[in-house]
Design a binder for this molecule. Sequence first.
Ligand code: A3D
Length: 319
Amino acid sequence: MARKKIALVGSGNIGGTLAHLIGLKELGDVVLFDIAEGIPQGKGLDIAESTPIEGCDAAYAGANDYSAIAGADVVIVTAGVPRKPGMSRDDLIGINAKVMASVGKGIKENCPDAFVICITNPLDAMVWVLREVSGLPHNKVVGMAGVLDSARFRYFLSEEFNVSVKDVTAFVLGGHGDTMVPLTRYSTVAGIPLPDLVKMGWTTQEKLDQIVQRTRDGGAEVVALLKTGSAFYAPAAAAVQMAEAYLKDQRRLLPCAAWVEGQYGLDGIYVGVPVIIGEGGVEKVVEIELSESEKAEFNNSVESVRGLIAKSKELMPQD
Ligand code: A3D
């Protein structure tokens, strides 16, 4: 059986980490693409030289021409600019909407059958642009945010409870921004929901509220520490989990920025919801019951995504 081909559009901090993880997991051969000459080639060669040590079979190539991504099974997009301290994700829209338009064209012309995972911010709006320009089916274009936001929530909870991260599950819905909705009712330690753990005295409501807020600010916390860019290890791990679910037809239930039409009363928008990812891409949008206050928070988040999509429409080059 031929190895799968995974194209990474953007070979910066996340792109390089993705390339490394994909090789370690032997998910397929990797093509790194970037507009910066030498970066994708250099990172590809460097990682390829680690494969004899790791004992993993994966080929690496670097390119500055879109023809290199031809026939890719999966494309992971990180092209564009990240935040600097003091910036919100939404401040990136002017540059990144134009970048997504060029990436969408490259995908359309070279690998229209790929499963595309977008990471570039502001996430939900950038997935929308990518899908619009590439013309791929909605179920094959998805955004990575919920897996990362949920992982941050899980990590903070595991610290608070002093239990293994393996036993903590968590759900974060909505747009990937300050309005994201961490759902405490659907988050558990080995199946025990967080509100029950408060009743059991494992934590207090006040501490839980602080953890929810820290989750919302999780990206900014790393940006403030790094000063030169944004998080990349955890975002790359999250996207690799989504790519693996598709390539191995795992049917994982993961929170992703997916196209929602009908579910949750929405009439066609990209926003963070639980979905099943398998060989068909996004095979199902899972509609969970929300309380009145959760609904209000989710709708608030949807409105903010709508605003960003409208702005992206104005910024997209017309041709
Ligand atoms: P960075 O290390 O700067 O890498 C971006 C790369 O994109 C650079 O190598 C650029 O040369 C390249 N690039 C710029 N324009 C183009 C273009 N037109 N075509 C191809 N390549 C281009 O950034 P990063 O890897 O740290 O972050 C990448 C993106 O991911 C940013 O927009 C971040 O905001 C975003 N991000 C999202 C999350 C989510 O959870 C959604 C988390 C962290 C970062």
